[in-house]
Design a protein around this ligand. Structure first.
Ligand code: NAP
Length: 327
């Protein structure tokens, strides 16, 4: 099996269990100082990822946690920080004009971000940018929608997109939502972050790690159909009613957990659906800086094609996340 795990390196991993939401990560001051003295580089990937909670509930882990990371990075000796951010720091456009967000664009876009998660990641990234302006060597990696390993299909099935695919298959229907779906396999993202973080010239840079060729939501659902899962395309409100009815009777919490993301008044909350499921057709992300830096390597984002989706679906069925289709 293709895996990042390398047993003979395991003795070099020393887990230190902490809590991002607490001062000094909940460690003693001595432990924190010991870490500050011993470590050479920080990859800050941890965050509370939740599309429902308000900013107040995300702030401790995502904003104050990042502040503690920056404190750790500047204490005793300066350490480079590779910060994992999100493309959700930019707003989803609902206007008629396409807006392209580039790696060099300022965070001060002046738009309102809908979710507490996006707001907390925006504030955290701002802190990281301030630290950079004060001389801390930092690199920002803004990720798109991360999907499973492209070779093995292994995917965190608690993830929103997996739940949504399962939900549509269980209902036998899919809501009419227009938009583009980004699927950026985790093996591409992790290899890219490791490679980019090892280049001296990456300090102070921002990288957009997303699939340069997103697909239409209808296309994704077309593939699901081609794997013999029947899906009807229904109006949003009708689909929402089907979801409510099915969630009431389902012993599995998957359907219920999706309900808050599909509010009654869709127009008001359209952005939150698009942020969690797909991106607006009017929002595009440029990743030329990243593509340029990876050009001489073998690190390429896999295309969203039959091969990739077959790997994902065979993982889903082999591991019991999805039932095999009734043929
Ligand atoms: N997945 C995506 O599509 C996506 C897209 C854009 C950006 N990102 C960014 O990528 C990073 C990883 O996201 P993910 O999707 O892999 O999320 P995830 O599966 O929820 O992993 C987040 C990790 O953060 C840890 N964490 C959360 N709160 C913590 C706290 N208070 N103290 C210590 N650890 C805490 C979690 O620990 P436990 O397992 O113990 O809860 C978990 O290991 C995040 O920074 C996220 O913003 C992800």
């Amino acid at each position: 099996m293709y895996s990042l795990w390398n047993e003979h390196l395991s003795s070099r991993i020393i887990p230190v269990v902490g809590d991002l939401s607490r001062p000094f990560f909940g460690l003693s001051q001595e432990q924190f100082l010991l870490l500050a003295n011993n470590i050479d580089v920080i990859y800050h990937n941890g965050a509370l990822v939740n599309f429902i909670h308000p900013y107040e509930q995300m702030r401790a882990a995502n904003v104050q946690g990042t502040q503690e990371v920056l404190r750790l990075a500047s204490l005793i000796k300066v350490k480079p920080v590779h910060y994992v951010s999100t493309l959700s720091v930019f707003p989803a456009q609902s206007d008629s004009e396409v807006q392209v967000f580039r790696e060099k664009d300022y965070l001060e876009h002046g738009e309102i971000l809908e979710s507490g998660y996006a707001q907390s990641k925006w504030v955290a990234e701002k802190l990281v940018a301030i630290a950079l302006s004060r001389g801390l060597p930092v690199t920002i990696h803004r990720l798109g929608r991360i999907t499973g390993n492209s070779k093995t299909g292994v995917w965190n099935t608690n993830d929103f997109m997996c739940r949504m695919i399962k939900c549509c298959i269980q209902l036998g229907s899919v809501p009419e939502i227009t938009g583009l779906v980004d699927m950026t396999p985790v093996d591409y993202v992790s290899q890219a972050i490791v490679y980019l973080s090892q280049q001296k010239e990456s300090i102070g840079e921002v990288f957009h790690l997303l699939n340069p060729h997103p697909i239409k939501l209808e296309e994704l659902m077309g593939w699901v159909r081609s794997y013999s899962y029947p899906l009807r395309l229904v109006a949003y409100e009708e689909w929402r009613q089907e979801l409510i009815t099915a969630a009431k009777h389902s012993p599995d919490a998957t359907l219920y957990s999706l309900l808050p993301l599909f509010p009654e008044n869709r127009s008001k909350n359209q952005i939150s659906i698009e942020e969690s499921l797909s991106q607006s057709k009017m929002t595009q992300f440029d990743c030329q800086n990243t593509q340029g830096k990876l050009a001489d390597t073998s690190i390429v984002c896999p295309a969203i094609d039959d091969e990739l989706l077959k790997n994902y679906f065979s993982y889903f069925t082999h591991h019991g996340f999805l039932n095999y289709p009734h043929l």
